[in-house]
Design a protein around this ligand. Structure first.
Ligand code: ATP
Ligand code: MG
Length: 299
C-alpha cells in the first residue's frame, strides 16, 4: 500500500549536489525532519520520502525500482547507462528534466608543458579517469587507441604518480587542475544535475505526484531569475519602454487615475534585471520603477 502511493526520491547523502537538492525539495513545498546520519526522511506534508545515498548508487536504485526518482549528475547517468549497455543490461532509468545546478564538464586535462593538439594526441597514451565508459565511447568515436586507467578518485594526481599521461575528470572552475599543474584541453561531456525516473509504470497516485513535482520544479527554476517590474510610462513612450523589458511576454497596462498621459506597466521579466536596464528604462521616460522578487510561479 505504502510502496504503491509514497514516492521515493534518492538524493546524494553528502556532496556537491546535496544542499541544492534539499533546497529544491523545500522550495517545492516539502516539509521533513532529518536527524544526523539518517538515511531516510519521511515527508510530513507530501507522500514523498527522501533516501540519502552515494550519488553513484542513485541510477541503480531507480533501475531496481527501489526509488521512483533520483537527482544525480548527467555524468553519472551517462556513465551508468553505458556501463549497463556494455553488460547487455537495458537501462531502466531515463532523464525526466535537467536542473539548474551541479554544472560541470568532463574534460581531458594535460600536464603543464605537455603538448595536446586534438584527440589523436591521446593515441598510445594512458588516461586516468573515473568515467571509463564515457571516455571509452569518446575514444572509439575518434578511432583513438589509448589505455584507460580506471581510478575511483584522486584522478588529478595520477600523472604526477606516473600512473597516467593524461586525465579525464570533472571540471567546474578549473582551480583543481591549476593546483595540480594541469590544463584543460578538451571537453567530452557537459553536465548538470538532472532528475531520473523509471519507465516502469507507477501507480496513478504516484504518477500524479511526479507530475505535480515536475510542475513545481519548473516553477521554482523559473522564479529564480524572474522579477516583477512596475513602472509608470508616458503613453507616447510605451512602445520603446516595452522593448526594454527583459524577457517579458505581455505586460499589463493599467490607466492611472487623473493622469491621461501616463499608464502603469506591470511585467514579469524572466531574466535578471540589472541596474543598466533600470537606467535605460528611466532614460526612455519611465518613472516610479519598482523591481520585486517573485516568490512562486505556476505557468
Ligand atoms: P559520493 O560520495 O556521493 O559518491 P562524489 O565524490 O562522487 O560523492 P561529488 O564530488 O559530491 O561526488 O560531486 C557530485 C556531482 O556534482 C558530480 O557527479 C557532478 O555531477 C557535480 N559536480 C559539479 N561540479 C563538480 C566538480 N568541480 N567536480 C566534481 N563534480 C562536480
Ligand atoms: Mg560518487
Amino acid at each position: 500500500m505504502d510502496k504503491a502511493t509514497r514516492l521515493k526520491v534518492a538524493l546524494q547523502k553528502s556532496g556537491r549536489l546535496t544542499e541544492n537538492s534539499l533546497d529544491l525539495m523545500v522550495r517545492c513545498g516539502l516539509k521533513y525532519s532529518r536527524g544526523k546520519d539518517q538515511l531516510m526522511c519521511y515527508g510530513e506534508n507530501m507522500p514523498l520520502d527522501l533516501l540519502f545515498v552515494r550519488d553513484d548508487d542513485i541510477p541503480d536504485l531507480v533501475q531496481q525500482d527501489v526509488c521512483d526518482l533520483g537527482i544525480v549528475g548527467i555524468n553519472v547517468i551517462e556513465e551508468k547507462r553505458l556501463a549497463f549497455q556494455a553488460k547487455g543490461v537495458t537501462p531502466l532509468f531515463e532523464q525526466l528534466m535537467t536542473l539548474d545546478y551541479g554544472k560541470c564538464r568532463l574534460s581531458i586535462a594535460v600536464p603543464d608543458g605537455v603538448e595536446y593538439k586534438d584527440a589523436r594526441s591521446l593515441n598510445g597514451k594512458r588516461i586516468a579517469t573515473t568515467y571509463p565508459n564515457i571516455l571509452g565511447r569518446y575514444l572509439r568515436q575518434r578511432d583513438v587507441q589509448a589505455e584507460i586507467v580506471t581510478l575511483s578518485g584522486a584522478v588529478e594526481i595520477a600523472p604526477r604518480l606516473g600512473r597516467a599521461d593524461f586525465i579525464c575528470d570533472l571540471v567546474s572552475s578549473g582551480s583543481t587542475l591549476l593546483a595540480n599543474h594541469l590544463w584543460e584541453a578538451e571537453t567530452i561531456l557537459e553536465s548538470q544535475a538532472a532528475i531520473i525516473t523509471t519507465p516502469v509504470p507507477v501507480s496513478p497516485e504516484k504518477q500524479d505526484w511526479i507530475h505535480r513535482l515536475t510542475m513545481r520544479i519548473d516553477g521554482v527554476q523559473q522564479v529564480k531569475e524572474s522579477k516583477y517590474i512596475m513602472l509608470h510610462a508616458p503613453r507616447s513612450k510605451l512602445a520603446d519602454i516595452r522593448k526594454l523589458l527583459p524577457g517579458s511576454e505581455s505586460p499589463t497596462i493599467v490607466p492611472l487615475d487623473g493622469n491621461a498621459d501616463k499608464v502603469a506597466v506591470h511585467a514579469v521579466c524572466r531574466e535578471n534585471v540589472f541596474w543598466e536596464t533600470l537606467e535605460s528604462l528611466k532614460s526612455a521616460g519611465a518613472s516610479a520603477i519598482l523591481v520585486l522578487p517573485v516568490e512562486k510561479m505556476l505557468a
